[in-house]
Design a protein around this ligand. Structure first.
Ligand code: ADP
Length: 402
């Protein structure tokens, strides 16, 4: 019998599905792709066969729902000779954003697990319903194959209580499970492990500050592979300045906008989650455009950048204090991996912490995990491209082969 060594990873959004098929025995990506604008007049699919190296294929046609989208994914994979009906498919790994208090590990999906993920919808209204749809769709396609949920919050569930609790009335907090869960956990976990490899140290002995700077952004303090603190909270709104989210604000801003500006709670929710952050400050949430505008002397873009960097520095300083000793400060995700100007500005003036970047290494046209600090730096500064799909596949495969 052929061993089942393939894992399909699905990251399902409300109108999109990102997918990867990997072979865990070979340690390779077979194919990757994306279906977007599901349910709209015209959807778009991009399928990239990675192993065969034949070029990407695009489809522009309507996929009415996730079932149709996944059927198209199955077709494309079958055309490459990797049909999802193959006995070699070991499992499907799903990204699930919110695992609440219950899910602290990758979890084999059954009806009870689905019901529990559903129960968490109020704290992740944008993400959990879409993640659920993805699981249900994949289950219909291959009911005989294990479906595994890997939670964005799981890695942070090891946070000590003093970091996870808000200082509010305990009974109210407990009754409504109001606490800090943190997100991007799969990324923080992957990057922390990869950083130890880069440094040539044992994960158990390595203290790392991970800065996941994408459109959403979060920082975490990781000691010996355990998360001691992270910047996102009950929802992904807390913490760093993001593409469209404010990050930390005085909660009284909400009362003020409601009472004084007459805004509804939904309007304030939209303001803080979608119309704030870099976009709120300068009309743009793409760091590439902000860089361009800064070089042209645009004052709003400059101020947005300065606020973004100021917040980053505050978290870097805070996590030095949380960790006590830091071996590495590591940048990841779209901004962290690509924006040398952000990396340089984030550590500028922090030489007292042992932090510096080497200008040449920092701006070198490189990909892959690398150090960008001078060789004699007190603390290593690195860039480690995140790979959440790989991490989800790894955890999924480990669970089903355990
Ligand atoms: P998401 O949070 O959507 O997963 P990503 O991690 O893909 O986001 O990051 C997307 C963001 O990365 C973009 O909004 C953009 O600001 C930034 N970005 C991507 N490429 C570059 C680049 N070359 N230089 C600066 N910023 C970049």
């Amino acid at each position: 019998m052929t061993a089942a060594t393939r894992v399909l990873v699905l990251n399902s959004g409300s109108s999109s599905v990102k997918y990867q098929l990997l072979d865990m025995a070979e340690g390779v990506r077979i194919a990757t792709g994306l279906v977007e604008r599901i349910g709209e007049r015209e959807s778009r699919m991009e399928h990239v066969p990675r192993l065969s190296g034949t070029g990407a294929r695009e489809r522009h046609t309507r996929f009415a729902d996730h079932d149709e989208a996944l059927a198209a994914v199955a077709d494309e994979l079958a055309a490459d000779g990797y049909g999802l009906d193959s006995p070699q498919l070991a499992a499907v790994g799903h990204r699930v954003v919110h695992g609440g208090l219950r899910f602290t590990e990758p979890t084999l999906v059954d009806d009870a697990v689905l019901a529990e993920i559903e129960r968490l919808v109020p704290v992740a209204p944008l993400h959990n319903p879409a993640n659920l749809t993805g699981i249900e769709t994949a289950r219909r396609l291959r009911p005989d194959v294990p479906q595994v949920a890997v939670f964005d919050t799981a890695f942070h569930s090891a946070m000590p209580e003093e970091a996870a609790r808000y200082a509010i009335d305990v009974r109210t907090a407990d009754a409504h499970r109001v606490r800090r869960y943190g997100f991007h956990g799969t990324s923080h976990e992957y990057v922390a492990r990869r950083t130890a490899q880069l440094l040539g140290t044992e994960l158990e002995e390595t203290n790392t500050i991970v800065l996941h700077l994408g459109n959403g952004a979060s920082a975490s303090a990781v000691s010996g592979g355990r998360c001691l603190d992270t910047s996102m909270g009950l929802t992904p709104l807390e913490g760093l300045v993001m593409g469209t989210r404010s990050g930390d604000i005085d909660p009284a801003v909400v009362f003020h906008l409601h009472r004084v500006a007459g805004m509804s709670l939904d309007e304030i929710d939209t303001l803080l989650n979608r119309d704030s952050g870099l976009r709120g400050l300068c009309g743009e949430n793409d760091m590439r455009q902000i860089r361009r505008r800064r070089t042209e002397g645009d004052a709003a873009a400059q101020l947005a950048f300065d606020i973004y960097i100021h917040r980053l520095k505050k978290y870097i300083g805070a996590y030095f204090a949380v960790l006590g000793r830091v071996d590495a400060l590591v940048f990841t995700a779209g901004v962290g991996e690509n924006a040398a100007d952000v990396r340089a500005a984030a550590v500028a003036g922090l030489d007292g912490f042992g932090l510096a970047v080497d200008p040449e290494l920092n701006t070198a046209d490189a990909s892959g995990p690398r150090l960008v600090s001078p060789p004699d730096a007190g603390v290593a500064v690195g860039v480690v491209p995140t790979d959440e799909e790989w991490e989800i596949a790894r955890q999924t495969y480990a669970l089903v082969t355990a």
